[in-house]
Design a protein around this ligand. Structure first.
Ligand code: AHR
Length: 314
């Protein structure tokens, strides 16, 4: 098992595990592309430990084939519950049919899948990405009122193509702003949720449109943090010359928002570990679970006093 990170938070060493010491949970994390992702893995490890759940955690290094191989290993180990964060929405039917045939329930964490097959997934625990896009769009409509501009040229830096957050954050944003004639999305580019790609995309957009860009809508903090230095290198001040809207709400982006270089950050919480442990325990006990669990999320913006905001934890 070369590329496998196997973390057995065995409860055998614990005097009195709080819940089910026999629960073995296989979790395929899609990668380590962002502070969000690292925070999500850390939270799941911590909650497994606290709940006395034995966790097999595998990192797929952003490759769908690695996630499929990990799920097959979980089936071979006969884990009690399989969980995974699918990097993209399509292409899971075969392996999930194998899990179903093996009688192992599957939980989606963070992202969703697209399938027309019944009964492959027991529960999806993750953000309402569409609503995040709506919050970003609603902020921009309010900002446009304050700026009193007739036209706002928007560039969008999207997350990984065909992933749920990419699709839903784009749809929620577009549905919210498209009825407003001041709003014009001049280009949308794929930044793959990576800081380096955020920088590359921003360089390309600045070369093409320069000061004509009024708004940058970036699908995650990592890409935003990559884009900001490029805007500064071009002699412009982000947050002032350009409206910057980001998603995730990690500590670094919130700090930059407080300094006025980002205007709005929509929260996407990676703290999904406790819901996952509760759901896995119920599934093992044969209890029913909710089909979809969305955490409550909010946004932070230059309209607010953020001085009392506590540490973000990711
Ligand atoms: O699926 C959640 C997204 O994936 C987060 O917004 C991003 O930072 C991560 O890479």
């Amino acid at each position: 098992m070369t590329a496998v990170v196997m973390m057995l938070s065995s409860c055998a060493a614990k005097e009195e595990p709080p819940h089910d010491p026999e629960l073995l949970l296989g979790f395929s994390q899609l990668g380590t592309e962002s502070a969000w992702r690292s925070g999500n893995s850390a939270d799941i490890e911590k909650k497994a430990e606290e709940n006395g759940v034995s966790l097999m955690l595998e990192n797929a290094n952003r490759k769908q084939e690695n996630q499929i191989a990990a799920i097959r290993r979980f089936i071979a180990y006969q884990v009690d519950v399989i969980a995974f964060s699918p990097i993209v929405e399509e292409g899971w039917d075969n392996v999930l049919l194998e899990a179903k045939e093996a009688g192992i329930p599957v939980v989606l964490v963070d992202r969703d899948i697209s399938t027309d097959k019944e009964g492959l997934i027991s529960c999806h625990i993750g953000a309402d990405f569409y609503q995040e896009g709506v919050m970003a769009g609603e902020y921009l409509l309010r900002k446009a009122d304050r700026l009193k501009k007739d036209k706002l040229h928007i560039v969008e830096i999207t997350g990984t193509e065909d992933s749920t957050p990419m699709r839903q954050r784009q749809a929620g944003f577009m549905d919210t702003i498209s009825g407003d004639e001041r709003m014009e999305v001049i280009e949308s580019v794929n930044g793959d949720f990576l800081k380096s790609r955020g920088a590359e995309c921003m360089r390309y957009l600045l070369e093409k449109y320069g000061e004509d860009i009024d708004v940058v809508y970036s699908h995650n903090d990592e890409m935003t943090l990559g884009a900001l230095p490029e805007i500064e290198k071009a002699g412009l001040t982000p947050g002032d010359d350009m409206v910057i809207i980001s998603i995730d709400g990690g500590q670094e982006a919130i700090d930059v928002l407080k300094r006025g270089r980002i205007n709005c950050v929509v929260e996407c919480t990676p703290m999904l570990g406790q819901e996952l442990m509760d759901t896995a325990k119920k599934l093992k006990a044969g209890e029913s679970v909710e089909a979809v669990i969305h955490p409550k999320e909010k946004y932070f913006s230059d309209e607010m006093d953020l001085s009392g905001l506590g540490p973000r934890g990711y």
